[in-house]
Write a protein that binds this ligand. Structure first.
Ligand code: XLS
Ligand code: NI
Ligand code: NI
Length: 444
């Protein structure tokens, strides 16, 4: 047991290293499908999936909601904020190591005590970063990304980089600078911006263009500073349409990519796509992933799922195999993750109050993506689906279709082609057949 428990206190007693026991196991604390060393298409499951644990949901949020108080009791709480930070870090690394996830993610103030003085904030943050660094060295767990929380504190009620008040933009910059310093210290693979307050509550008091210009300038400064101190990974924007703002500027993947290209940031920035944000924007998870993959800008994924009946970001652990298969098909076809991974930006329901529930929830998410990986790999390597899709576009492979794609035809040429042919025949999209085929791969 001691192998997996880091600090002075064991926070998840009675739970050891989670092992793979296969689909017939009835042990809730074992993987049924995630077998880290199993090879799928040339890489191990662990190499493909790069699972990450979100500090904020797992070790900070205690189950309060707008109508109810906290339901969870964390043994790593402490009245002294620095001791609390130390215990929380020990709990996080104990959990991550026992679970066998390789990465973690955090916001500055998840990990370290906040302070209104910038110097005190930095002092706290850098001290905690040193603790995290030694825990990383001890356990081998790595930092997928960190970010700055520029949405919880009241000063950010009108935005961070989009704030109409310059002094607040500068305060936000101090947090980003510190998080980049910490990122480099910890060897972070990516740096994330989620702009929960970078939008507006009412257009009537908002200058949208000026605010977006400011966000872009802010991103440029962050990029320049990051590159100067040796951060080589991608900066990631995490799109979301709304909540807590009425309207968030990086509404969805297409909007975020348009923004980045508009301001010339697309070489250094990519996207971090969250399932529940895509669905809030009226898209599927796969849609936003595909938009990014097509642009060469899919950096990483916040793996969670929403509730089909509720409109908001419920951040549930992913268990929907079908959606995850579609997601893994996009990820595999783009060649897999490079710096990114699957970060469980997901939280327990507030009535899941047993200590083991955090393990059970993550096991379910990891098993879901392991299943999805194997199924997606089978669909792709079998080639039947690809052939059906390729057939739909066959008319562009030769003849006039190929000339059109090569830019050799004018609008008038197209008119003459149309005039010389009979009414084109109807070609079925075969959607139902394709869905039946997917079910064969999933259940067959
Ligand atoms: C909130 C976001 C947030 C980011 C990190 O909806 O998902 O958790 O991932 O700031
Ligand atoms: Ni997220
Ligand atoms: Ni979210």
């Amino acid at each position: 047991m001691k192998d997996y428990f880091i600090g002075e206190e064991e926070f998840f007693p009675g739970i050891g290293k989670i092992g793979y026991e296969g689909p017939k196991s009835d042990n809730p604390l074992a993987f049924k499908f995630y077998d880290p060393q199993k090879k799928v298409g040339g890489k191990t499951m662990a190499e493909h999936l790069r699972f990450s644990i979100a500090y904020w949901h797992s070790f900070c949020a205690k189950g309060s909601d707008p109508f109810g108080n906290e339901t969870m009791v964390f043994p790593w709480s402490d009245p002294d904020p620095m001791i609390a930070a130390r215990k929380k870090a020990d709990a996080a690394f104990e959990f991550t190591t026992k679970l066998g996830a390789e990465y973690y993610c955090f916001h500055d103030i998840d990990a370290a005590p906040d302070a209104s003085s910038v110097t005190e904030y930095e002092r706290n943050y850098f001290a905690v970063a040193e603790m995290l660094k030694s825990l990383q060295n001890e356990t081998g767990v790595k930092l997928l990304w960190n970010t700055s929380n520029m949405f919880s504190h009241p000063r950010y009620m009108n935005g961070a980089a989009s704030n109409p008040e310059f002094s607040i933009l500068a305060r936000a910059a101090a947090q980003v600078k510190a998080s980049l310093d910490v990122n480099v210290l910890l060897g972070g693979q990516n740096y994330v911006f989620w702009g929960g307050r970078e939008g507006y509550m009412s257009l009537l008091n908002t200058r949208m263009k000026q605010e977006q210009d400011h966000i872009a300038r802010f991103f440029m400064l962050a990029r320049d500073y990051g590159r100067k101190i040796g951060f080589t990974g991608p900066f990631l924007i995490e799109p979301k349409p709304m909540e807590p703002s009425k309207h968030q500027y990086d509404y969805d993947a297409a909007t975020a990519i348009g923004f980045l290209r508009n301001y010339g940031l697309d070489k250094d920035f990519k996207c971090n796509i969250e399932n529940n944000h895509a669905t809030l924007a009226g898209h599927t998870f796969a849609h936003d992933l595909q938009v990014c993959a097509d642009a060469g800008m899919l950096g990483s994924v916040d793996a969670n799922e929403g509730d089909a009946q509720n409109g908001w970001d419920t951040d549930e652990f992913p268990t929907n195999v079908y959606d995850s298969v579609e997601a893994m098909m996009v990820i595999l076809k783009m060649g897999g993750f490079t710096t990114g991974g699957l970060n469980f930006d997901a939280k327990l329901r507030r009535n899941s109050t047993d200590r083991e529930d955090l393990f059970i929830a993550h096991i379910g998410g990891m098993d879901t993506f392991a299943l999805a990986l194997e199924i997606a790999d089978r669909i792709i390597s079998d080639g039947k689906l690809d052939t059906m899709v390729a057939n739909r576009y066959r008319s562009y492979e030769s003849g006039k279709g190929a000339e059109f794609e090569a830019g050799k035809l004018t609008l008038a040429d197209l008119r003459d082609i149309a005039a010389s042919q009979p009414e084109p025949a109807l070609v079925s999209g075969k959607q139902e057949m394709i869905k039946n085929l997917i079910n064969q791969y999933i259940f067959g």
